[in-house]
Design a binder for this molecule. Structure first.
Ligand code: NAD
Length: 254
């Protein structure tokens, strides 16, 4: 418990279940005094979220592949809360066929979907928030990325390219939103067993190898990722702009 995020209202996008990285972020931010709002992709995912946060929580439907859905959710949030101090964007998707074999198997449609949902969505969300003047001074946007953006990880393929685009989007957004005092950063998390990861062919090997390559052979946890998310949301991080911070217990070093 602490008060690092006291009086901050933060939107968390991407909690699917208790294994979600966004849920680790939400837990730590709440322990640090933040008031949290959640979005969910669709009715099916709302059920899992409700189980975690209960009926009292503030939930809004938002499919980031659809500008109208983002606009609708954000205008409802604006009407209810006025301003936000932060947004956690923990969202990615690629069709399963993109996450196996070689990159030459990539299809135009699969590539577009992966880049749209996993990279462009951060720009779309930022744009909608700016259009509605939804963000306070010193607000912080945090997204989740993976080192498949800079390394050729087996089967990660199109998603690695999407993560490269996402990290680049972070830098351009940080430049443009920085003028308004808003910071944009990414956390590059180590491999964690979540719903999203199970879409990658051979994910058991990926998880096991990643675990072996941490400094203590124990996988990074969603709470450890959440700790860095809370820091980035806090005013302690006002000097961190447009960066990618690794929270993978050293896997990227080896
Ligand atoms: P997860 O499956 O728990 O979360 C993914 C979320 O994305 C889900 O809540 C899903 O509803 C949401 N989503 C997908 N398409 C959407 C859409 N069109 N509109 C709205 N929401 C949509 O998995 P996770 O691993 O917690 O993933 C969160 C983020 O962390 C992703 O960006 C992922 O790439 C990233 N990441 C994961 C790992 C890992 O090993 N798990 C490592 C590094 C980065």
């Amino acid at each position: 418990m602490g008060d690092l995020l006291a009086n901050k209202t933060i939107l968390v996008m991407g909690v699917a279940n208790r294994r979600s990285i966004a849920w680790g972020c939400a837990q730590i931010m709440q322990e640090q005094g933040a008031n949290l709002i959640y979005t969910y992709q669709n009715e099916r995912l709302k059920k899992g979220l409700l189980k975690l946060v209960g009926d009292e929580a503030s939930l809004f439907e938002c499919d980031v592949a659809d500008d109208n859905s983002i606009a609708q959710a954000f205008s409802e949030i604006k009407a209810r809360y006025g301003k936000l101090d932060g947004i956690v964007h923990a969202i990615a998707y690629a069709p399963k066929a993109e996450l196996e074999g070689e990159i030459t198997n990539a299809t135009r449609a699969g590539f577009q979907t992966a880049l749209d949902v996993s990279a462009y969505s951060l720009i779309a969300v930022s744009k909608a928030a700016m259009e509605l003047a939804l963000l306070n001074d010193l607000a912080s946007l945090v997204t989740l990325t993976y080192m498949g953006s800079t390394r050729a990880i087996p089967n990660y393929n199109t998603m690695g390219i999407a993560k490269a685009a996402l990290e680049s989007s972070v830098r351009y957004l940080a430049r443009d939103l920085g003028k308004f005092g808003i910071r944009v950063n990414a956390i590059s998390a180590g491999a964690i067993k979540t719903l999203a990861v199970t879409g990658i062919k051979g994910h058991s090997d990926l998880l096991e190898i990643s675990k072996q390559r941490t400094v203590d052979q124990a996988a990074v946890t969603i709470r450890e990722v959440g700790g860095t998310c809370a820091f980035l949301m806090s005013d302690l991080a006002t000097g961190v702009v447009g960066d990618v911070i690794y929270v993978d217990k050293g896997v990227h070093l080896i």
